[in-house]
Design a protein. Structure first.
Length: 135
């Protein structure tokens, strides 16, 4: 089975480190040169990678990094206990909540953008969790 880690591109590594440690209570693991910081405290390691705005996303150069709010089909969801406290902490660190907090069959969820336009969610599961969707 393959391992999993999460990479998040950011234009300002120090600001991103401050945001993710303050918003999600993650801790700094290793530092790789001046371009990558490893964050620990989640189920998988998260790597903040400094990539300048306007740099090519990949080979071929048909799209470029931008850090205004953008949509991507892949985003991290962080499972938390005490969603209201987690929301307040994320907003105080610089997140922007997008829409209202949702009451769903499996618990409560809030959607956000980090200071760099990356989307993420905070979810507080109820006792059934995603199994509630099977009934």
């Amino acid at each position: 089975m393959p391992g999993l880690l999460i990479n998040i591109d950011v234009p300002d590594l120090a600001k991103a480190e401050h945001f993710y440690t303050a918003a999600l209570d993650l801790t700094v693991g290793r530092r790789f040169d001046d371009d990558i910081v490893e964050l620990l405290g989640s189920d998988v390691p998260i790597y903040l990678i400094r990539k300048p705005a306007g740099s090519a996303i990949g080979p071929g150069g048909d799209d470029f990094r931008r850090y205004n709010r953008h949509w991507t089909p892949v985003h991290p969801d962080f499972s938390v206990t005490g969603l209201d406290t987690a929301i307040a902490r994320a907003v105080a660190a610089g997140a922007v909540q997008e829409g209202e907090t949702l009451d769903l069959a499996y618990g409560r969820q809030a959607m956000f953008a980090d200071p760099f336009g990356n989307g993420f969610c905070l979810i507080e599961f109820n006792a059934q969790g995603y199994d509630a969707l099977l009934s």
